[in-house]
Design a binder for this molecule. Structure first.
Ligand SMILES: *Cc1c(COP(=O)(O)O)cnc(C)c1O
Length: 394
């Protein structure tokens, strides 16, 4: 290869866990000329999209949207529900629980992080014990990442709800569904979630830049007395607007794309979308379990039954650099993988298998990784891709 890095020919295989592949029909829909967001036609489109997002969240409560990446919706969930000094319990899951916790501290909340090993995820018994011990109900909110994108692990929200109910704890339940929505089953109302945080560029297959929160009636009541400073993200202001959530110009292009994204999800059927993610996720896991032979790379997630169907974190054997695998995949094969975040940098690479993907796309990525392992002389069990194919053909 020449010194000026020429990109390999052919399609970029994008296997990042966010942003994700944007289907051509969504790209076309987003490329829409500007419209007046007060026009009746746009208001109808907006209402249709909000109704669709509610169906994906499985809620009949409020949805408020923001012109911001997921971080904006995170911020909205905090500043609208709490007052300075309020106690927030955040069970540790990985990089994203840590980032949400740091943000809450930045806003003056008293955050208690319930420590967990990143490879094992949330200890529900410890969470229940922490809630039971809080007899004075000083904990005002519990913030949980549904799908921890840095580790490839899911937290069972129904079990978190049960822990709150069994201890009779009234804390608000906040969940981050940014990398699970449109990929994994998420039931806001059934699971008694008070604030569900979602974003555009993962399972919803849209560009980055729009996010939203599902908000329960209980959360709206708590909002009335929440005293943290807020302006752009103030729900009281937003609730009185025609386009709930948008202060300032509504990002109309996103709505043309969102309508198409919802159409694609509902044409396939949500149950089938979840099943497809499960199949692709399981194929990746079978491949990685195969590589783990010969003391090779293995699944980072060590909690059986909690493996994420949208992203898999792969832990390198001691002494081998995950970034070298990512570089080979990108520079030689035009395959983009996710890197290890925070303390996992260099130790883990991540295969995103969420959004607009099918079997050959996933197999192509796995084959590139298997070749990169060989090129970088990383010990591994050969034949991982065969194991994935065998599963997918079954
Ligand atoms: C991507 C992600 C975020 C951050 O969202 P941005 O859109 O990058 O601000 C937060 N939480 C989880 C679980 C994510 O996967």
């Amino acid at each position: 290869m020449s010194a000026t890095t020429t990109r390999p020919r052919g399609r970029l295989f994008f296997a990042n866990p966010g942003p994700t592949n944007i289907p051509d029909s969504i790209l076309k829909a987003v490329a829409h000329h500007s419209v007046d967001f007060h026009d009746a036609d746009f208001i109808a489109l907006y209402d249709e999209c909000v109704a669709g997002v509610k169906r994906v969240l499985q809620t009949e409560q409020e949805v408020l949207m923001y012109t911001a990446s997921g971080h904006g919706a995170w911020e909205a969930s905090l500043v609208n529900l709490f007052s300075p000094g309020d106690r927030l319990l955040i069970p540790e899951t990985g990089n994203f629980s840590e980032s949400w916790a740091r943000m809450a501290e930045g806003h003056g909340l008293a955050v208690t992080v319930l420590p967990n090993e990143w490879s094992r995820g949330v200890d529900i018994a410890a969470l229940r014990a922490a809630l039971a011990a809080d007899t004075g109900h000083t904990i005002k909110g519990v913030g949980i990442v549904h799908n921890e994108t840095s580790t490839g692990m899911v937290c069972p929200i129904a079990e978190v709800r049960a822990a709150l109910d069994e201890t009779g704890h009234p804390a608000l339940l906040l969940t981050d569904t940014i990398s699970s929505l449109g990929c994994l089953d998420f039931r806001m109302d059934e699971w008694g979630v008070d604030c569900a945080v979602g974003g555009s560029q993962k399972g919803l297959m849209l560009p980055t830049g729009m996010s939203f929160t599902g908000v329960s009636a209980k959360a709206l009541a708590a909002h009335q007395s929440a005293k943290l400073g807020k302006h752009y993200f103030n729900w009281s202001v937003m609730m009185n607007r025609r386009h709930k959530g948008f202060v300032g110009t509504v990002p109309t292009s996103f709505f043309f794309g969102l309508k198409e994204a919802l159409r694609l999800l509902e044409e396939e059927g949500l149950a089938q979308v979840f099943a497809r993610h499960h199949r692709l996720g399981e194929a990746v896991r079978r491949c990685v379990r195969h590589w783990a032979g010969n003391d090779g790379p293995r699944l980072f997630c060590g909690a059986q039954g909690r493996e994420s169907d949208s992203v898999t974190a792969v832990l390198m054997p001691e002494g081998f650099d995950a970034e070298a695998i990512r570089r080979t995949c990108m520079q030689r094969f035009n395959v983009s993988l996710g890197g290890g975040l925070a303390r996992l940098n260099g130790r883990v690479f991540r295969i995103g298998h969420l959004g607009d993907l099918n079997e050959p796309m996933v197999l192509g990525t796995l084959a590139a990784v298997e070749m990169a392992l060989a090129i970088n002389k990383v010990p591994h069990g050969k034949g991982g891709v065969d194991a994935a194919m065998e599963y997918l053909a079954g």
